[in-house]
Design a protein around this ligand. Structure first.
Ligand code: 2RA
Length: 330
C-alpha cells in the first residue's frame, strides 16, 4: 500500500485523479491532497472521506510520499516534481514540462509500457488528444506508419473549469472570458498559443509526442486542433498512411482485440463513437474506419475518449500502477 499525493487536487484533473484512484482500487494507504495556499484548509473527497488540502511547499519532501500525481500546471511541476523524484517518490506529471525531455519516459500503458525503467522516478503523462490517438494507432503499428494526419474536435473541459464556464456564458448570451471568441455556437481552430511555424502548441504537442511514444522520431505527422462547443470528451479524425497494403477488415480485427479500444463501427445502424459514449469511461472508442480513396494505403479512423479520464487522470493512475508493477517485477 502506498502514500499517494495529488498535487493540484482542486482542479478538474486533480479532482478526477482522486475519483479514479478510488474507482481503479489503487493501493492507497494514505491520501494527501496539495494545492495553492489559497485552497489550503479546504477539503476534497476521497472514498467518501474529507481530506484537508495542504499548501504546497518545498517541505513536501518530508511528508513520506510514495506516489505523487501532478496536475497543477507546468510551473509547479518544474519546481516540485524533480524535487520529489530525487527524494525517491514516484512522480507522474500531467503537465507538458518534461514530456519531450529525452531521459524522461512519456507513457501510455497500452502503447509503450516498456519505456518505463524500474529506476525511473519521474514519468510524463502525454497530452490528452495524443493519448487517445496513439491508443487507436498502436494496434496498427505492424502495418508500418508512413504518415499520420490528425484533425481534433476538443471539448471545453480540456481548458478546465474556465472552459466549461465560457460555454455556459455563451449559452446565456454573455461574452467569453477564457477564450478569445465565443465558444457557444462556434468553433475555434486555436488551442494553446501560436508558434512561429504557424502551428499551435497543442498541434505541435500532438506531432512531437506521437513520434516519441511510437518511437518513430522521423515519422511525418501533422495536426489541426480545434475547440468545439462540447462539454467533455475529445474526438480526433485520424488519417493514416501505411507502408504496406491492408484492408478495413484487417484494421477492424486489430482494433477489436486491442487493449483499451472499443470498436463502434456499424454505420448501417448509425453507430459510431460520440463524446456522449465516451464521457465517464476510460476506453478509447474507434469507428468510421474506411479507405481514403485519394491516396494509396491510406485510411480514415474516428476516435473519441474522455479527455479528463483517459486523456489525463486515468492514464496517470494507470502509469503509476504500471511503474509500480515494473519495479516490483524487476
Ligand atoms: C486541451 N490539451 O484540450 C488540452 C488539455 N490538456 O486544451
Amino acid at each position: 500500500m502506498y502514500h499517494v499525493a495529488v498535487i493540484g487536487a482542486t482542479g478538474a484533473v486533480g479532482q478526477k485523479m482522486l475519483q479514479v484512484l478510488a474507482e481503479l482500487d489503487f493501493p492507497v494507504s494514505r491520501l494527501s491532497a496539495y494545492a495553492s495556499a489559497r485552497s489550503a484548509g479546504n477539503t476534497v473527497q476521497f472514498k467518501g472521506e474529507d481530506i484537508t488540502i495542504q499548501a504546497l511547499t518545498p517541505n513536501i519532501t518530508e511528508d513520506g510520499i510514495d506516489v505523487a500525481l501532478f496536475a497543477a500546471g507546468g510551473t509547479i511541476s518544474e519546481q516540485y516534481a524533480p524535487l520529489l523524484a530525487e527524494n525517491g517518490t514516484l512522480v507522474v506529471d500531467n503537465s507538458s514540462a518534461f514530456r519531450m525531455q529525452e531521459t524522461i519516459p512519456l507513457v501510455v500503458p497500452e502503447v509503450n509500457p516498456q519505456a518505463i525503467q524500474a529506476t525511473d522516478r519521474l514519468i510524463a503523462n502525454p497530452n490528452c488528444s495524443t493519448i487517445q490517438s496513439v491508443v487507436a494507432l498502436a494496434p496498427l503499428q505492424s502495418l508500418g506508419f508512413e504518415r499520420i494526419n490528425y484533425t481534433t474536435y476538443q471539448a471545453v473541459s480540456g481548458s478546465g473549469q474556465k472552459g466549461i464556464e465560457d460555454l455556459a456564458r455563451g449559452a446565456r448570451g454573455e461574452e467569453p472570458v477564457n477564450y478569445p471568441h465565443p465558444i457557444h455556437d462556434n468553433i475555434l481552430p486555436h488551442i494553446d498559443v501560436f508558434l512561429e511555424n504557424g502551428y499551435t502548441k497543442e498541434e505541435q504537442k500532438m506531432i512531437d509526442e506521437t513520434r516519441k511514444i511510437l518511437n518513430l522520431p522521423a515519422l511525418p505527422v501533422s495536426a489541426t486542433c480545434v475547440r468545439v462547443p462540447v462539454t467533455n470528451s475529445h474526438s480526433v479524425a485520424i488519417n493514416v498512411t501505411f507502408t504496406q497494403p491492408t484492408t478495413v477488415a484487417a484494421i477492424r480485427e486489430a482494433l477489436e482485440n486491442a487493449p483499451g479500444v472499443v470498436l463502434i463501427d456499424d454505420v448501417a445502424n448509425t453507430r459510431y463513437p460520440m463524446p456522449l459514449d465516451a464521457s465517464g469511461t476510460d476506453d478509447v472508442y474507434v469507428g468510421r474506419i474506411r479507405q481514403d480513396d485519394s491516396l494509396a494505403n491510406t485510411f480514415h479512423l474516428w476516435c473519441v475518449a474522455d479527455n479528463i479520464r483517459k486523456g489525463a487522470a486515468s492514464n496517470a493512475v494507470q502509469v503509476a500502477r504500471q511503474a509500480i508493477e515494473q519495479s516490483i517485477h524487476s
